[in-house]
Design a protein around this ligand. Structure first.
Ligand SMILES: Nc1ncnc2c1ncn2[C@@H]1O[C@H](COP(=O)(O)OP(=O)(O)OP(=O)(O)O)[C@@H](O)[C@H]1O
Ligand SMILES: [Mg+2]
Length: 321
């Protein structure tokens, strides 16, 4: 099958280049910017990066990699403005890390940055898993994958647990077909679609070993570390602020203890577990207030989670054996 066979209808105006030929993006108009500051002023990149810093706790190495990528794109913009042929950089990425470490959230911010700098037309993110790409029967996979690619074109395609696309134990697995199509589009239409693969680090490494073509197309590997306990506490604080809730002093301490215990239990999922724990605490607070139907409730009553709301968690019961 030749490479252009996978170009998608409606998005085929782009050069379809053989693997080693860089895609040269010369059709970009000069925005007049000659300094980094001018590019930043013309776009919302700074705002998106500030928001990333502000809204997301920790993730230092991740944030610094995102800044590096943004810097590359800003310099590219300046090169293009002066008519220097800028090789459309390969921006496909792989985000590895345990559940709840912020991969999806950062991917959405990344899509915004890429859009602000004109690398993708719209900055939307389409998140999928194997089932969205791979069909059950012969002939079903290609149309499914192409449909998803069409939706994602002009933005970011985020493939969660991407390694499930490859099932070597199953000789006739259709996942391989989806991979082939992705590989072509990642190469030929990389100036209008950024693919981000996500999942556990070890499984992703194994996947890349068996799929060197995929590995060679991923320019940026970003690892998301697990959060420390104090970071999880800060994340909780962010989430509470966001929704106009607060812990009282005892609840604060109880929640720190909760995190310490929960972290050692199975299926701990970092910030996602924090979010879930807060949801449950909110339910308990509601039941607690509900039990006193005649009490006049102040704004403070309605927004305060107390120690009881935390300590009723199963996590504490389990420790009693
Ligand atoms: N550093 C952070 N600061 C504040 N909130 C965070 C942070 N990281 C994650 N969150 C929040 O935690 C939740 C889970 O994050 P997200 O979905 O991005 O994680 P993920 O790595 O994609 O997880 P999964 O592997 O389970 O899909 C989201 O509600 C997100 O807003
Ligand atoms: Mg996710």
């Amino acid at each position: 099958m030749n490479a252009s066979a996978y170009n998608l209808p409606g998005v085929t105006g782009k050069a379809s280049a053989p693997e080693s030929t860089p895609v040269i993006n010369t059709a970009v108009a000069d925005t007049g910017a000659r300094t980094v500051a001018q590019v930043m002023a013309q776009t919302q990149v700074q705002q998106v990066m500030d928001a990333l810093d502000r809204d997301l706790v920790g993730l230092k190495p991740v944030k610094s990699r995102i800044r590096d990528i943004a810097a590359l794109l800003v310099i590219d913009r300046l090169r293009l403005n002066l008519g220097l042929a800028a090789q459309s950089p390969s921006l496909h990425m792989c985000f590895t890390g345990n559940p709840g470490t912020g991969k999806t959230t950062v991917a959405m911010r990344m899509a915004q940055i890429l859009h602000e700098l004109g690398y993708v037309r719209s900055g939307h993110l389409v998140a999928v898993t194997r089932d969205d790409l791979v069909g059950q029967y012969i002939g079903h996979t290609a149309p499914k994958t192409k449909e998803v690619l069409k939706k994602a074109m002009g933005g970011v395609l985020f493939i969660d647990e991407a390694y499930y696309l490859y099932r070597p134990e199953n000789e006739r697995d259709y996942g391989q077909e989806a991979i082939e199509i992705l590989l072509q589009v990642m190469e030929n239409q990389r100036d209008d679609l950024v693919v981000i693969l996500a999942g556990y680090k070890d499984r992703m490494d194994t996947f890349f070993m068996s799929n060197p073509g995929m590995n060679s197309r991923i320019a940026h590997h970003i690892d998301f570390p697990d959060y420390q306990e104090d970071e999880l506490e800060q994340i909780a604080q962010h989430m509470l602020n966001e929704h106009n809730y607060r812990f009282d002093d005892e609840a604060q301490t109880a929640f720190a203890n909760y995190l310490h215990l929960r972290k050692q239990q199975p299926h701990f999922a970092n910030a996602r577990s924090v979010r879930n724990a807060l949801e449950r605490a909110r339910l308990r607070q509601a039941s607690r207030l509900f039990a006193n139907p005649d009490k006049e409730l102040t704004a403070d009553d309605l927004s305060t989670l107390n120690a009881q709301d935390i300590l009723a968690s199963r996590v504490f019961q389990n420790t009693k054996g």
